[in-house]
Design a protein around this ligand. Structure first.
Ligand SMILES: Cc1cc2nc3c(=O)[nH]c(=O)nc-3n(C[C@H](O)[C@H](O)[C@H](O)COP(=O)(O)OP(=O)(O)OC[C@H]3O[C@@H](n4cnc5c(N)ncnc54)[C@H](O)[C@@H]3O)c2cc1C
Length: 506
């Protein structure tokens, strides 16, 4: 056997992580690698994780998945951003919309011009200069026709989809491309006496599954990376205080909003994810501040459609595995850690881990520097996203004890510096490992009440009247563009409607 390339890869777990990984590996290395996936029907999957960010389109496209087919099969809707309602204070709302906000002028970022105009009382809310934000609030979806004006920026979108249906869709894809599925519960894991590498998994009925490389997609159980290898976990509960969620689906209601809604409540927040055949809802909270029963009651009292099941409580720990790759095991999905659902980053992190595996090539005996670099990249990526999410919690003006506690937390240095840079004069610089662009940070910083204290010299050079006229033109241009689009519901009905709920195949 080649001393590096893994000829046989065994994936543990058949949730979103397991099947995304299986489908991608089958696509990229399936020709000369045996890929096996073990999943347990008795244990099941976490059954949440239905909001994504635009990068998911790249994943599907790489696999040659037809977007319309995927939308129909998973009951998906379009997502143009996330609304944060009540995060700064009750009654306040803003969107973190995908895509550009405004336009830069030469070397001057739009944020500098907007913040000067804001201070002078000449600017509209930031979201009024984002096509995605305007479209989301109007319930519109771009129909793919050429934009009427070349000055209107692109309209990136992501999806809301049914997690179970997406995993089933990828399972069909992966099995068609040669992945072997073994259903059963793993009861023991054997390791090589010398190297410590994992050698085989034994299922409850005695079957034994071997592999050169093991991908741990076993969810919050982290069967291989923690239970077997014990690499340790960095707990971030002092920064990300939520440790529980209660989830329930409800009947679809109108209008079909093209965005996720995250509404802050006294001890956390509630998500609303519209799908074609139902709405996904859940409350995220800290169990030290509220009981599960109270959280479930609060959730049920705030649905906009009739519940379709009983609320289900999920307990989690926020943080990350100390090593994503140890011995011949790579952890992915919830087995590698969890931040919190707020910015819909977990499915992206799966995709990113798959890309990292492919960048290094699926190998089972890497040089130490390879594994160290892999682990550092993972850690950096998680930490930047963590900072972004922490910002939403920390920068609040709410009165409740939970929010006061969030406000008094000690920030990581990396985040404190980022806030100080922006607050001083609108400076924002994207680190290489940062998933979120300057525009993403801008929307959340401003949305959470942080604005620059002084203007950039380039913005100072523009007269007040020119600034006001230019901002007005931009807004009018974007609003006129959006007004011409169909509603989100009409667009779906015309182009990519899923079959009736009974026709959706899990
Ligand atoms: C409350 C909540 C909301 C979320 N919302 C979002 C969101 O909106 N967007 C987003 O991107 N992410 C979200 N996530 C994260 C997202 O749900 C996960 O990243 C995604 O579902 C992947 O999960 P997984 O495949 O790692 O784990 P799971 O779905 O739990 O799958 C684990 C698999 O391992 C198998 N398994 C475990 N133990 C064994 C064993 N002993 N033998 C055999 N098989 C075993 C299970 O049967 C299962 O197949 C959310 C998470 C939570 C907790």
């Amino acid at each position: 056997m080649d001393s590096q390339a893994a000829r046989s890869i065994t994936i543990v777990g058949g949730g979103t992580a397991g099947w995304m990984c299986a489908a991608a590996l089958a696509h990229f290395v399936g020709e000369n690698t045996r890929i096996t996936l073990v999943e347990s029907d008795a244990i099941g999957t976490i059954g949440v994780g239905e909001a994504t960010i635009p990068q998911i389109r790249m994943f599907n496209q790489t696999l040659g998945i037809d977007e319309t087919d995927f939308i129909r099969a998973t009951g998906a809707t379009f997502k143009l951003g996330i609304e944060f309602a009540g995060w700064l204070r009750p009654g306040h709302s803003y969107l973190h919309a995908f895509g550009d906000v405004g336009r830069d002028i030469g070397l001057g970022g739009f944020r500098h011009f907007w913040s000067r105009a804001h201070r002078l009382g000449l600017a509209r809310p930031l979201g009024d200069y984002s096509v995605n934000d305007l479209a989301a609030r109007a319930g519109k979806m771009h129909d793919g026709a050429p934009l009427t004006n070349r000055n209107v920026p692109a309209v990136p979108h992501a999806f809301h989809f049914d997690a179970g249906l997406y995993a089933a869709y990828l399972r069909r894809y992966a099995q068609k491309h040669g992945v072997v599925r073994q259903e059963g519960t793993i009861v023991s894991v054997a390791r090589d006496g010398q190297s410590g590498d994992v050698t085989t998994l034994t299922l409850s009925d005695g079957r034994v599954v071997a592999g050169d490389l093991f991908i741990d997609c076993s969810g919050l159980r982290a069967l291989l990376i923690q239970d077997t290898l014990g690499v340790g976990f960095d707990d971030w509960s002092h920064l990300l205080p939520a440790n529980s969620a209660v989830a329930v689906p409800s009947e679809r209601t109108a209008p079909l909003t093209p965005y996720t809604r995250a509404t802050a409540h006294a001890v956390g927040w509630q998500w609303r994810i519209p799908l074609q055949h139902r709405t996904g809802n859940g409350r995220v909270y800290c169990s030290a501040f509220i009981s599960d029963d109270e959280a479930a009651a609060g959730l049920l009292a705030n649905l906009d459609g009739a519940p379709l099941a009983d609320p289900r409580v999920i307990r989690f720990a926020t943080g990350r595995t100390r090593q994503a790759w140890s011995h011949n095991v790579i952890a992915m999905g919830l087995a590698s850690g969890f931040l919190e659902p707020l910015e819909s980053t977990s499915i992206h992190l799966i995709q990113s881990m798959i890309a990292r595996i492919m960048a290094f090539g699926p190998t089972c005996r890497p040089a130490p520097a390879v594994r160290a670099t892999f682990n550092r990249q993972f850690a950096d990526e998680m930490e930047r996203i963590r900072d972004f999410i922490v910002l939403h919690y920390w920068a609040n003006e709410r009165e409740e004890p939970f929010w006061q506690a969030c406000r008094s937390m000690a920030l990581p240095d990396s985040l404190a510096e980022k806030i100080e840079l922006f607050r001083s004069a609108g400076h924002l610089f994207r680190d290489q490992s940062d998933l979120f662009s300057e525009v993403g940070w801008l929307q959340v910083l401003v949305g959470q009440g942080i604005v620059p204290a002084t203007s950039h010299a380039l913005a100072e050079a523009v007269s007040e009247s020119d600034l006001a006229a230019w901002l007005d033109t931009l807004h009018t241009l974007y609003a006129r563009e959006v007004a011409a689009w169909p509603t989100h519901a009409d667009y779906i009905a015309r182009h990519c409607a899923a079959p009736s709920p009974q026709g959706l195949v899990a």
